[in-house]
Design a protein around this ligand. Sequence first.
Ligand SMILES: [Zn+2]
Length: 350
Amino acid sequence: MKTLVAAALTASLWLSAPAAQAAPCLMVTVTGAQGGPQAYQGQAGPGTLISYGDDADNCSTVRLQFDAGRGTLLRWSQIKVLSSQVDAVFFTHMHNDHSEGLFELIQHRWLLFPKSPKLDVVCSDDAASPLGFTISCKKFVAHIADASIQSGEVAQRVSEDKSRPPEGPAVLANLRTFQPTNAPQLVWSSGDVRVSAIGSTHISGHASYRVDTPAGSVVIGGDAGNDTPAPPRPASTSAQVEMLAKGVDIIVHSAIHPVMGPEHGSGMPAPIYHRQSSASDLGAMAQRAGAKHLVLTHLIPAPGAPSQGLWKVPGGPLSAAAYQEAARAAGFAGNVLVATDLANLRLPTK
Ligand SMILES: [Zn+2]
């Protein structure tokens, strides 16, 4: 009997030990919390790094960057992520605050890790705006390092190290575009990680993403807002993001505080205010979607800031708690994380 129990114990230990070691995990790290192209107190431009793996590799088998604002490479360096170690960059839209960090990270990869695999860059197909111009992620990526080519730097660096592709850094991008629609579609996958996208309203070609893994799921809303550009409307949030977020664990979303609304006298033009999702409407949406965590980022205005660029914050600087309160007062019962650079969440929570 004793032997049997001992054998059973040994077997269960043998069975459970590797399983525990290999428990899947997910890390969500805000690489930049700045809202808009303004510069404030060294905050990096908007972006979120999602890393998936298991306990043994500290959740780092797959690394996906969603938007890459200014300073993304510096934030990676603080968490010891090299430019060669990221599998894909996804863009929500082609505003410079969300995209300009691609130059530094792809130039860095080309310069220091020229033999690393191509970086998948996932974004919308060319999108014609009704206003008469075309938003083109494809051209943005193709021309990402043109200034370095024109300055002669690319030729000079290649002369020093022939393993650097002579076409320049853009050749290290593997562009994967998709046509965003009102229904989620799979746009990227690797092993257990699946990324889907939905079209959402901000500027032409804006998309929001959802990452599903065995350790949990995350929605990246980007700057999505309601299809109806101004009140009257049910909410400032996006119906498409809400559909994408059904049952998700974490929602990461750009947020504007209601204090910047035109009725409070900030001076911010009403169309700019109305095209962002408010912190309170995001709280209500996260509750309806059943999310456990709401990460408010791309904060307009930044907590502590007396103004957002040219526009004063009515009543003086906001605290992070003011964002939490706005989301909670609207009915969100889960965890609200008001982002700063490198704020993070891990799933499963320890
Ligand atoms: Zn933005």
